[in-house]
Write a protein that binds this ligand. Structure first.
Ligand SMILES: Nc1ncnc2c1ncn2[C@@H]1O[C@H](COP(=O)(O)OP(=O)(O)OP(=O)(O)O)[C@@H](O)[C@H]1O
Length: 344
């Protein structure tokens, strides 16, 4: 049976059905609709004001590739300028190839690119070194948590280097729903409280961050990349299979089969979640070491690096940070407190 005509232009044959609405569209009309929806997200949420210098977290993967491409299309209408900022986490056999994709994008789209490396920013620590230092202890499963904390800091540093006023990342609706699900499963009320909305306004001197693709489904991101013929890097990080996120992703897929709206429902439920006062995280202050936003005496990145330097990475994040906040270094022989490192 021939494909139906495109529901928008009625001229071309439809090339896809939109996963959520079932609308049959041709490739160009789908791409135009996708871009219009991202524009609406940005304008409705006042995410990127005219004049903003926007640092795009560019990983070379599909999401940030699509984000950079869409924002480049929308930049004249939004009155913003773009800078690509890529973080080299020091993951052998993975990040080099991804960075090559980012370099090709920057050249093709004539966008300035800045690369910042963990090794330069964090006293020589690379993700491979972190993984080695935590291997054999069961803590290597937490690589994604370690990496997420350091990457957030690195992206902030890179954005400041290029004098950006805003940071954007390519998280899509599926990424956000997985995060909400993981936070629920871990009972992490602090993160649930922070997880809603399309971004953070930039408290405590941090640059405002947002996720313009947060309402776009992963399937549509892939379709957009396909119809715009975008060149991106599609391999999974070598440490990702160990992460808890992989379980959340599987669970979400089964839930989606039973209830197709579950991804957006989860994203919206996090936006509207009201926490009891006792469940709310402590008010943010400044890290005593680097001055960044922190809810304890050390920010997450400094706590993590401190733990790694002392050979006690387990103390670094989350429920096991009590010792660090007391300030006094512990003897290595002391047994670590029973703490669980959540991963992103
Ligand atoms: N190495 C990096 N350098 C710069 N930004 C990054 C890097 N890694 C991730 N990001 C930013 O964080 C977002 C989420 O990354 P993550 O790896 O969690 O998800 P993803 O769905 O695989 O994203 P992508 O497809 O863009 O790689 C990315 O879209 C990108 O904007």
């Amino acid at each position: 049976m021939p494909a139906p005509p495109c529901a928008v232009c009625h001229a071309a044959r439809a090339a896809l059905r939109r996963p959520r609405s079932g609308q049959a569209l041709c490739g160009p009309c789908f791409c135009a609709a996708f871009e219009a929806e991202v524009l609406h997200t940005v304008l409705a949420g006042s995410l990127l004001p005219p004049g903003a210098v926007v640092a795009v977290g560019a990983s070379g993967g599909k999401d940030s590739t699509v984000l950079a491409h869409v924002l480049r299309e929308l930049a004249p209408r939004l009155g913003i300028s773009l800078q690509l900022v890529a973080v080299d986490e020091g993951i052998g056999g993975y990040r080099d190839a991804a960075l090559a994709a980012v370099r090709r994008q920057a050249a093709r789209w004539e966008l300035p690119l800045t690369v910042v490396a963990y090794a330069d920013l964090f006293g020589g620590w690379t993700m491979d070194a972190v993984a080695r230092s935590t291997a054999g202890s069961g803590r290597s499963r937490a690589c994604c948590t370690f990496c997420g904390v350091l990457r957030r800091r690195a992206l902030e540093e890179g954005a400041r280097l290029v004098r950006a006023t805003h940071i954007v990342t390519g998280h899509n609706a599926d990424d956000m729903a997985e995060t909400v699900l993981m936070n629920f499963l871990r009972g992490d009320t602090g993160r649930l409280a922070r997880g809603g909305g399309l971004g953070s306004p930039g408290e405590g001197g941090a640059l405002p961050r947002c996720r313009p693709l947060q309402l776009a489904s992963q399937k549509e991101v892939v379709l957009y990349a396909h119809f715009r013929r975008l060149d991106y890097f599609s391999e999974e990080c070598v440490y990702a299979p160990e992460a808890f996120r992989a379980h959340a992703r599987d669970l979400l897929k089964s839930l989606e089969a039973a209830r197709p709206s579950v991804v957006l429902d989860l994203v919206h439920s996090a936006e509207h979640l009201a926490l009891a006062p006792t469940a709310q995280p402590p008010p943010p202050g400044a890290c005593t070491r680097c001055g960044a936003l922190a809810s304890r005496s050390l920010c997450q990145a400094c706590a993590l690096l401190d733990g790694l330097d002392r050979g006690r990475p387990r103390l670094a994040i989350g429920k096991g940070r009590r010792g660090l906040d007391e300030g006094a270094p512990r003897a290595r022989a002391q047994p670590p407190p029973a703490a669980v490192l959540p991963d992103f």
